[in-house]
Each structure stands twice: as structure tokens, then as C-alpha cells.
Design a protein around this ligand. Sequence first.
Ligand code: AMP
Length: 190
Amino acid sequence: MILVFLGAPGVGKGTQAKLLASKLSIPHISTGDMLRSEIASGSELGQTVKNVMDSGQLVSDELVIEVVKSRISVKDCDNGFILDGFPRTVEQAAALEILLGSVGPAGGAGVDRVLMFELPDRDLLARLSGRREAESRADDTDEVQAERLRVYNELTLPLVSYYEELGVLERIDAKGDVEEVFQKLSSVVC
Ligand code: AMP
């Protein structure tokens, strides 16, 4: 089972992805987490990534595609995985189709389901400020949050119609507490 989690920053998809990965016993692959590990390693690449991330922009498609390509070729992904935060652009989605070998006449999304978590903007902003207090993330100042939302609307939102056309999109109402949302998610996926 190959799943993609889509949704605005702060919608809670990371939390849901972790819970579902554990329930299904498949890896949770968060490109944000992998990029933060690269930063923590102190490498030169990490420093470049940090500058991009702290500005609210996306790192290059080439870089994240490479990161995902090597991660999903690890054996623990043989029975499926959850992609959280990837793809984030139409270019990344097209690259994912190639990575999954789903290009060609019998092709398609290559993923089984794309779960789109939806929440009104005012609830998103409230969750983001809660997360900022809890995690003190450097990429979560007011200005950076606004920029990340703008980038999301411009570059990532087009993926909704992309996957809708491929017939794999499911919408999840992300209102409610973690447990309630997980119930809704489980009823769609399991
Ligand atoms: P996240 O933890 O998913 O919110 O990601 C944090 C930051 O990492 C984003 O704002 C981007 O700068 C970067 N990032 C994570 N995933 C991607 C991706 N698929 N493409 C480009 N940049 C990404």
C-alpha cells in the first residue's frame, strides 16, 4: 500500500501519518524530517537546506526526488509506505510516477491513495501557533508561516486536481482532535 498525505502546513498530517504507519506496519517517510536530519548532521548540504527551509521556500525538486528515491529503495518499503510532505509540486508528482514505474499505457498515479487533509485557514493558523510553542521550530515564525502557506497554495494545491484526475484522491476533514481525525482516516484507508 503506497499512500501520499497532502495538506497545508499545520493541518496535522504528520501526526496522522505516524499513527497510520504504525497501525499498518509500514514506514512513515517525511521529507521534512529527512531534511531536518541533514541539517542536524552539520553538512554543507544541510546548511543550504536550512537557509531555504527557514525562508519558507521549498528545497529543489532534484534534491528531494533524490532523497525519496534512495529512501523508497530500502527493503523496509517493499510492502508499502506513507509519503508525508512529498510530492509538493507537480514536477515531484511526475517524478514519483517514474520512480514507482507507473508511467506508460498501464500507468497511473503509482500510488494507491492520496489523502488530502482539509481545514479552514483560521484553524490552520491556530494549529501552527500551537506547534510553534510546542516545538519552537525555526521555520515557524509568523512571516515564514505566511510564506509557507502562500507557497503551498501556489505549488502544492495543484496536486489536488492532478490526483483527482487520476482517481486516487480522498478528502479527509481534519477538524477535531487527533483521535477523531484518525477514526475518519482509518475508515477511508483500512
Ligand atoms: P515539513 O516538515 O513537511 O513541513 O517541511 C518543512 C520544510 O522542508 C518545507 O517548508 C520545505 O522547505 C522543505 N520540504 C519538505 N518536503 C519538501 C518537498 N517535498 N519539496 C521541497 N521542499 C520540501
